[in-house]
Ligand binder design. Structure first.
Ligand code: 5GP
Ligand code: ZN
Length: 140
């Protein structure tokens, strides 16, 4: 599927928009969420543009899940969170805000009281970038 010139995640995949990437291969990549709910909140996406779970093809979905698993392994090793959720939103009722299929790798802390629609609070970009370097180095 072609890329969408107006899509921020297509731009990140193409390297046109900045991001803190921790993993990339021919089909998928993983980069830090810029509004992290908890430290280490990361997104895995296919390079190709698919709006959501209903549109993504199986090869792109598999590649995205593989990138999410690699990112989760690095997060586990570097941050030792109390747990990790994989979260994937489709449609306005699920609070999908970027219409390019993505999987949240969502580190959890006891008592963090994450609710599924957790809202967006800008993170400290310097800290996010520094953590991205540590996670990139830990990608197995
Ligand atoms: P959704 O709400 O669609 O499930 O998740 C979209 C996620 O993309 C949000 O957590 C939001 O913080 C993140 N996001 C939106 N724009 C950007 C961006 O330009 N860069 C990065 N790294 N993350 C973004
Ligand atoms: Zn896109």
């Amino acid at each position: 599927m072609a890329n969408d010139p107006d899509c921020i995640f297509c731009k990140i995949a193409a390297g046109i928009a900045p991001s803190f990437k921790i993993y990339e291969d021919a089909e998928a990549l993983a980069f830090m969420d810029i509004n992290p709910f908890n430290e280490g909140h990361t997104l895995a996406i296919p390079r190709a543009h698919f709006a959501n779970l209903h549109e993504v093809d199986e090869a792109a979905m598999t590649a995205t899940l593989r990138a999410a698993k690699r990112a989760a392994k690095a997060i586990e090793a570097v941050l030792k969170p109390d747990g990790i959720n994989l979260i994937q939103a489709n449609g306005p009722g699920a609070a999908q805000s970027v219409m390019h299929f993505h999987i949240h790798v969502f580190p959890r802390k006891f008592g963090d009281e994450a609710s599924l629609n957790w809202g967006l609070k800008p993170g400290d970009r310097k800290a996010i970038g520094a953590l991205a370097e540590r996670l990139k180095a830990a990608i197995g």
